[in-house]
Design a protein around this ligand. Sequence first.
Ligand SMILES: Nc1ncnc2c1ncn2[C@@H]1O[C@H](COP(=O)(O)OP(=O)(O)OP(=O)(O)O)[C@@H](O)[C@H]1O
Ligand SMILES: [Mg+2]
Length: 202
Amino acid sequence: MSKYQLKKSSIYIDGTDIPYNKLGIKDSKFLHTLEKKLLDASYAKFTQELNTNPILNETYFINLHKKTFESLYDFAGVYRDVNMSKGDSQFCLAQYLHSESARIFKELEDENYLSDIKKKTLFAKRLAYYQGELIALHPFYELNGRVIRLFCDMLALKNGYKPIDYSGAIDNGAYIEASIECVQYANSSRLERIIFEGLRES
Ligand SMILES: Nc1ncnc2c1ncn2[C@@H]1O[C@H](COP(=O)(O)OP(=O)(O)OP(=O)(O)O)[C@@H](O)[C@H]1O
Ligand SMILES: [Mg+2]
């Protein structure tokens, strides 16, 4: 474990929760603003690119992280090789990360990327299942939440919905509570309600 601690702390500037970044930014507020700009730019770019009918597979998912944040972080698009947890939640062990990720994306492929689902209730249920699996996977060192939601928004857009509005649930803590249920109890029903509430047909 000490080896992992050492490696994990190496992505953060000593004694802070600010990741080392290519611009040498040490102000977390400024870094957050910049991350938001990069993410907004990616929403525009990847929304536009949906016209070319990309397959929303694992490579696509990794590429969302890479393309969004590679100007800022060396770890963009790179799966972690350390174990990580938040609060009492242990995310997927690093040794199983690649096989678990392959399993999740194979299931999504087998389900035709949700394109056969006609009902909003069922779409929300299945999307919550996959989002919960990715939350428990927590494949990257940082920015998992935002990239997982970006990926799910691309799935929503591709299937005739608008990007999902999580704002209320993120602000009042319900999103974290729902994440905890996914990670600790493999239960995505709470996340399903949040997604259903925030889902609108386009
Ligand atoms: N205690 C917890 N138990 C389970 N999952 C958690 C916990 N805290 C956070 N998470 C999940 O981890 C995600 C945050 O991961 P990470 O910090 O890598 O991404 P982020 O994009 O920086 O975060 P955020 O989603 O807050 O914008 C959250 O969105 C949530 O799904
Ligand atoms: Mg974070």
